[in-house]
Each structure stands twice: as structure tokens, then as C-alpha cells.
Design a protein around this ligand. Structure first.
Ligand SMILES: [Fe+2]
Ligand SMILES: [Fe+2]
Length: 169
């Protein structure tokens, strides 16, 4: 049992974001917007778990180079700010606009910046945050915290169930 299991949540989130981009690419504006809103709900639920449930446990490890708590929370904040901008830009899209394709290209360009921020953030969690959490917890506590963390994202739960099944066999 390891906190690295939470990478499944990251994968599920990345998949949702890609679905949003696919819809935008197909000019399905309403669906692209709703998928992005659903993504935001899941992302915020995951961040809440990391900040409120896991961060106090992480602090037991003391100061870690490249991983002070404010790096993680600062990146969360930046991700949410960028997401808000995409939601605004998508809200301004209308089916008949003559410059619609270019507006969408502009959104993709900005979303590419967001995606690299997410990648960077995920790498920091995979390399620093989750391994430190593994070090400062005993098996029982770890099991409980991982289960509670996964439970915060029921919408991407399908992935976890197959993961748990695979682990049980
Ligand atoms: Fe995370
Ligand atoms: Fe995070």
C-alpha cells in the first residue's frame, strides 16, 4: 500500500481534461464547457484532500528540499486561476462566430501551458509528496488515508475499482 496509488486520480483527471479538449476540437461547445466544469469539481475535491487531509501528515517529515508545503498549495492556486480563465473564454464562444476556430486555437495554446503546469505538479507529488507520506506513516494509517483520498473522487472511481480488484488478486 502506497500513496503512489493516488496517481490513478491524476490519470483520471488528465483523461477528463482531454475529453474536454476533444469536445472543443469538435465544436461541441456546451459539452466541452460542462466537461471542464466536471473536471474542476474533481480537481478541487482532490486538492482539498491533499491540502486538508494529507498536508498535515506530510509536515511530519520536516522541511524537504524542493517540497515545502507552499509549493504544492501555490501550484494548486495557479492551476485553479488558469482554469477560471478557460471557463471565461469558453463562455464567450458562440456557434456562429466567424473567428471561432481561432478562438479555440487560442484556448488550446493556453491550455497547453496549464497541462505542463499539471505535469510539473504531478512530478513533484510523485517524486516528493507521496514518497514522504509513505515514509512518515505506518501501514494502517496509510491504508486509511489512501482509501479516504480515493473516496473523494467518486466520479473517477471506475478506475480505482479495477485497480483494487487487480491488487486483491
Ligand atoms: Fe495530486
Ligand atoms: Fe496536488
Amino acid at each position: 500500500m502506497s500513496f503512489l496509488q493516488l496517481i490513478e486520480v491524476h490519470n483520471g483527471l488528465n483523461e477528463m481534461f482531454l475529453q474536454h479538449q476533444e469536445l472543443l476540437l469538435r465544436f461541441e461547445l456546451g459539452r466541452a464547457a460542462s466537461r471542464l466544469n466536471e473536471y474542476e469539481i474533481e480537481l478541487k475535491a482532490h486538492m482539498k484532500v491533499e491540502e486538508e487531509l494529507l498536508m498535515p501528515v506530510y509536515r511530519r517529515a520536516g522541511r524537504i528540499e524542493g517540497g515545502p508545503p507552499e509549493f504544492f498549495t501555490g501550484e494548486h492556486e495557479r492551476m485553479l486561476t488558469l482554469l477560471g480563465k478557460f471557463q471565461m473564454a469558453i463562455g464567450d464562444l458562440k456557434p456562429g462566430q466567424s473567428d471561432l476556430p481561432r478562438r479555440i486555437i487560442r484556448i488550446f495554446d493556453e491550455e497547453a501551458v496549464f497541462k505542463s503546469l499539471c505535469e510539473h505538479h504531478e512530478a513533484r507529488e510523485r517524486n516528493i509528496f507521496f514518497p514522504a507520506l509513505d515514509r512518515v506513516t505506518e501501514e494502517d494509517e496509510r491504508r486509511e488515508l489512501v482509501a479516504r483520498s480515493l473516496a473523494a473522487n467518486p466520479a473517477i472511481r471506475g478506475n480505482f475499482e479495477s485497480l483494487t480488484d487487480a491488487g486483491a488478486k
